[in-house]
Design a protein around this ligand. Structure first.
Ligand code: SF4
Ligand code: SF4
Length: 303
C-alpha cells in the first residue's frame, strides 16, 4: 500500500478537539493559504529542512553529500534543491540536528501503536485521536479508512481536521468512524478565496453542506486575518451561509499568527504572509458577538 507521509505525531494536544488528544499530522494539502503556518505540510513528498539557528558552521555535512549539493555561505550552509536527491546522508553527519527530513512513513499498525501509548489520557479527559495535516482527506483513502476502522474498534474518539477540498466520496467512506469534523472555512467571496487560498471555495462549501445533511458533528474553524476576512461584510456572509445551511455544533475563531514564518526559511521557501496581521482583541470579541447575535452558541476565540 502506498503509505502517506507523516510530519508529526503530537501528544497531549488540547486544541484539536475534546480533551487530551494525540494529533497525527499528514503531509500534503491541495490548498495553499498565503498565511499557512505549516508550510512543511503543503507538499506531499519528503522535504529537507535546515535550521540555521542550530547550525554551528562545522561544515561536516558538505563532505558527506554524494551529490555535492551543499555549499558554504558565511557562517551557515545552503543546499541546492535541484541537486539534492534526499538521500539523507547529511542528516547523520550533523551532530547539531540542524538538518532533518520531514515526512516519515508509518504503517497503519505503527500509527495505531503510537496512539495506544496515551490511551490513559484519552480515557481520563474524554479525549482521543485527531487526524490533521496537511489534508487527511486527500491521502490514500484505503490507508485512512483502515486506520480509522482500527482506531474505532479500540473505542477511541476520532476527530478529523479538514480544509474541505477533497472528493465527497472520501468523506462518505469514513463518516461512520468519525465523531467530529473540525472543518475550516475562510471566505465566502470566491475571487478572494482564489487569491488568498489558491482555489475556488465551491467544493469546500458543497462538502460542508453534504456533511451537515448526513448528520455529521461539525465544529467550524475560521482563521481570521485582518484585511482579508475579518471585516463586517466577510463575517456576515459566513454567518448567513452557516445559518442557512449547516448544523453547527461549535465555532472556533482563530486569530492569524505568523509562528510558521521561520519554517519557510528552513525549507528555503518564500513566506508571502509577511504583511498579514491578526485582528485586535476587541475585533475578535466583536466578531464573536456577531455570531452570538445570529443565534450561534458554543463559540470560542482560539483553538
Ligand atoms: S553539519 Fe550541521 S552544524 Fe555542521 S555545517 Fe552542516 S548543517 Fe551546520
Ligand atoms: S539529503 Fe543527500 S543529496 Fe540532499 S543535501 Fe543531504 S546528503 Fe546531499
Amino acid at each position: 500500500m502506498n503509505l502517506p507521509k507523516i510530519i508529526n505525531i503530537q501528544k497531549y494536544s488540547i486544541h484539536d478537539g475534546n480533551g487530551i488528544r494525540t494529533t497525527i499530522f499528514f503531509k500534503g494539502c491541495p490548498l495553499s493559504c498565503l498565511w499557512c503556518h505549516n508550510p512543511e505540510s503543503q507538499n506531499y513528498s519528503e522535504e529537507l529542512m535546515y535550521n540555521e539557528e542550530k547550525c554551528t558552521g562545522c561544515m561536516a555535512c558538505i563532505d558527506s553529500c554524494p551529490q555535492r549539493a551543499i555549499s558554504k555561505e558565511e557562517k551557515c550552509v545552503v543546499t541546492d534543491k535541484i541537486k539534492c536527491d534526499l538521500c539523507k546522508e547529511c542528516i547523520d553527519y550533523c551532530v547539531n540536528n540542524a538538518r532533518e527530513i520531514v515526512g516519515k512513513e508509518y504503517t497503519v499498525a505503527q500509527l495505531v501503536k503510537e496512539a495506544e501509548k496515551d490511551r490513559m489520557f484519552y480515557e481520563e479527559s474524554s479525549g482521543g485521536i485527531t487526524l490533521s495535516g496537511g489534508e487527511v482527506m486527500t491521502q490514500n483513502m484505503d490507508y485512512i479508512e483502515e486506520l480509522l476502522k482500527k482506531l474505532k474498534k479500540k473505542g477511541y474518539n476520532i476527530a478529523i481536521d479538514t480544509c474541505g477540498q477533497a472528493p465527497y466520496e472520501n468523506y462518505n467512506r469514513i463518516l461512520k468512524y468519525v465523531d467530529t469534523f473540525l472543518y475550516d472555512i475562510k471566505l465566502m467571496d470566491n475571487e478572494k478565496h482564489i487569491k488568498y487560498i489558491g482555489k475556488s471555495n465551491n467544493l469546500i462549501l458543497e462538502n460542508l453542506k453534504k456533511l451537515s445533511e448526513a448528520g455529521a458533528n461539525i465544529n467550524i474553524r475560521i482563521p481570521l486575518v485582518e484585511g482579508v476576512n475579518a471585516d463586517d461584510e466577510s463575517i456576515e456572509e459566513l454567518i448567513k451561509f452557516l445559518k442557512n445551511n449547516i448544523n453547527v455544533h461549535k465555532i472556533n475563531l482563530l486569530p492569524y499568527h505568523n509562528t510558521g514564518k521561520s519554517k519557510y526559511e528552513r525549507l528555503q521557501k518564500v513566506y508571502e504572509g509577511v504583511n498579514f496581521e491578526a485582528p485586535s482583541k476587541e475585533r475578535m470579541e466583536t466578531v464573536k458577538g456577531k455570531f452570538e447575535k445570529a443565534g450561534f452558541i458554543n463559540i470560542k476565540i482560539g483553538g
